[in-house]
Design a protein around this ligand. Structure first.
Ligand code: SF4
Ligand code: SF4
Length: 401
């Protein structure tokens, strides 16, 4: 690693000296809820990283396992009265520990290759969906994935024009999960935007937002992705950059300024964009529970908008006691299977007990994780519900419910 960068990372962690051990960050930490020992809490991880910065604690397998046991859910974000950015400290800590973390070397290798040659990785995944992928899942190198689609969403530079009076022009940051695993979510978004008379751009050159690299301590590689995406998206003349993945939105909007000094300010979650554009529809017999994705609620501050959209779509919204994170956390669910499984089961039980027909969420990762635990009723992305209500209802009433 670049020595200047390494020094910056140590300096960043030295700022953790401000911590007064008040424990406010610990109260919301889901890993501490699942395993109540100090090292499994936000405060405990801050103390460990302080020790690393002061060279009182040396890198070790045990230290790595505690720093990698963080879901990076951001529930602790904004809780610190002294303004310590805990998730950012975890990213920087992982970058410093990368050299001593042999356990995740194969995962780093695979992640780097998939991000460098995503279309080749996609074709290999498609061909190996019955043998290679189950093998990689068993080895803990990838999470369980949905059925690999025949083709991804993005092909080349695509502009979808509207034939009616144009209401505006938006770009879509598809993100890897929507592009390669859930292209039908992207198609639903295109349908809804078309229905609302928006011109839509899917620009050539979009690459991974960089978050999976950061979670593995590959900070320099993540910075390269950030620079590429910023170049592609900042020159577009659009009203908004929409994403169906709150982690992508958080990364390109909130994290890029920390990584490259400038973010994509027009990035928005779809529920914020659509909240004032979808008229109330007549009530149906359908009911839903909404699951809040961590990055959407903690980093983007969005909780009410998806709920209002569900109600406007004529679906009865059933509120439950919020059981918190689903346990996906990108790569977290592979390296911390037990805790991730417990968190997922808690959410699944809460949903099943509600009696609702459908679980709606706004994150492809939450859809992957919750679909593993909920088999008897649909787990869908909010955009599917919006599409069904505003594009198909009457023509295909039974499509989702
Ligand atoms: S990001 Fe989530 S799991 Fe990690 S320390 Fe903060 S609250 Fe705990
Ligand atoms: S909230 Fe801030 S000061 Fe309090 S324990 Fe957490 S990091 Fe330390």
């Amino acid at each position: 690693m670049d020595p200047d960068k390494q020094k910056q990372q140590y300096d960043h962690l030295k700022g953790l000296d401000r911590c007064v051990r008040c424990g406010r960050c610990k109260a919301l930490c889901p890993t501490h809820g699942a395993d109540p020992v100090e090292a499994m809490s936000a405060r405990g991880r801050i103390a460990l990283l302080q020790g690393l910065a002061k060279e009182k604690i040396r890198p070790s397998g045990l230290l790595n396992s505690h720093i990698y046991s963080c879901i990076l859910c951001s529930a602790c974000s904004g809780t610190c009265p002294l303004g310590i950015d805990i998730p950012e400290a975890i990213y920087q800590g992982r970058a410093l520990l990368r050299g001593s973390d042999g356990k995740r070397t194969p995962l780093r290798y695979l992640t780097r290759l998939s991000i460098k040659w995503p279309d080749i990785a996609f074709r290999i995944a498609r061909m190996g969906r019955h043998n290679l992928l189950p093998f990689l899942v068993r080895r803990g190198l990838i999470p369980e994935l949905p059925e690999i689609p025949e083709v991804p969403l993005r092909k080349t530079d695509q502009v979808f024009k509207t034939h009616k009076k144009k209401r505006g022009r938006v770009a879509v940051f598809t993100g890897c999960s929507v592009n390669y695993l859930f292209p039908h979510f992207g198609e639903s978004l295109l349908n809804v935007l078309h229905k609302l008379n928006y011109e839509v751009v899917l620009p050539k050159g979009e690459t991974c937002c960089g978050n999976p690299l950061r979670t593995l301590g590959l900070e320099d590689e993540a910075v390269e992705q950030a620079k590429k995406n910023h170049r592609v998206f900042s020159r577009l003349k659009v009203d908004a950059i929409l994403s169906l993945c709150p982690t992508c939105t958080t990364t390109i909007k909130n994290d890029y300024p920390k990584m490259i000094g400038k973010g994509l300010d027009k990035a928005m979650d779809i529920s914020a964009f659509f909240s004032d554009k979808l008229e109330p529809l007549p009530r149906t017999d359908n009911s839903a529970v909404y699951h809040d994705p961590c990055h959407l609620q903690y980093m983007l501050g969005i909780k009410n908008e998806p709920r209002q959209i569900i109600k406007n779509a004529g679906v009865k919204l059933i509120e439950t006691d919020d059981p918190g994170c689903c346990g996906f956390g990108g790569l977290y669910c592979m390296s911390n299977k037990e805790t991730a499984g417990d968190l997922m089961q808690r959410r699944a039980r809460d949903f099943t007990g509600s009696g609702a027909d459908t679980l709606v969420t706004s994150c492809p990762g939450c859809v992957i994780q919750l679909s593993r635990g909920i088999k008897d009723r649909p787990v869908i992305h909010l955009i599917e519900l919006i599409e069904e209500a505003y594009c198909f209802r009457g023509e295909a009433q039974e499509r989702l419910f």
